[in-house]
Design a protein around this ligand. Structure first.
Ligand code: 4NP
Length: 159
């Protein structure tokens, strides 16, 4: 079965679209057969394009994310995706609450935190850059790139 990965933050306009873009690039480099998407646990930005500062940092790093649109996580995502990857612990906790109970066999996705896939950074959040300044988005890009690399390499090894 090909892998499918859903990245999840709060608004789906800053961190998770950047993680989606970074992971898509990394998967392409490694020739991984994988479906990639992102979503938010919140609903405020459903239908919205990524934050202009997220678009700018992506563009600066050679990726166009302007056509992405925000959406909210839904229960079927836990069955449609093989991996659901949260950007921080709060969103991971919300995902655990939203996931259908294991007993129904509906929740087959493996849940993780993005930086769990980076050696030495397990358990760390990708900080929310929304209320900060532009520099925060460079840090977000660095973090999601590290996480995307680690996850793509794990999937390539079949871990
Ligand atoms: P994201 O950032 O979760 O990385 O997309 C946020 C975007 C919007 C809000 C919070 C975080 N907000 O409160 O609207």
């Amino acid at each position: 079965m090909p892998y499918s990965v859903l990245f999840v933050c709060l608004g789906n306009i800053c961190r998770s679209p950047l993680a989606e873009a970074a992971f898509r690039e990394e998967a392409r480099r490694l020739k991984l057969d994988v479906i990639v998407d992102s979503a938010g646990t919140g609903s405020w930005h459903v239908g919205s394009p990524p934050d202009p500062r997220a678009q700018a940092v992506a563009r600066k790093n050679g990726v166009d994310i302007s056509s992405l649109r925000g959406r909210q996580v839904k229960p079927i995502d836990f069955r449609r995706f093989t991996h659901v990857v949260a950007l921080d612990e709060d969103n991971l906790a919300n995902l655990r609450r939203l996931a259908p109970p294991d007993a129904t066999a509906d929740a087959t996705a493996e849940l993780s935190l993005l930086l769990d896939h980076v050696e030495g950074r397990e358990g760390q959040p990708v900080a929310d850059p929304y209320f900060g300044d532009d520099d925060g988005f460079d840090l977000t890009w660095a973090d999601v790139t590290a996480g995307a690399r680690g996850l793509a390499q794990k999937l390539r090894r079949g871990d």
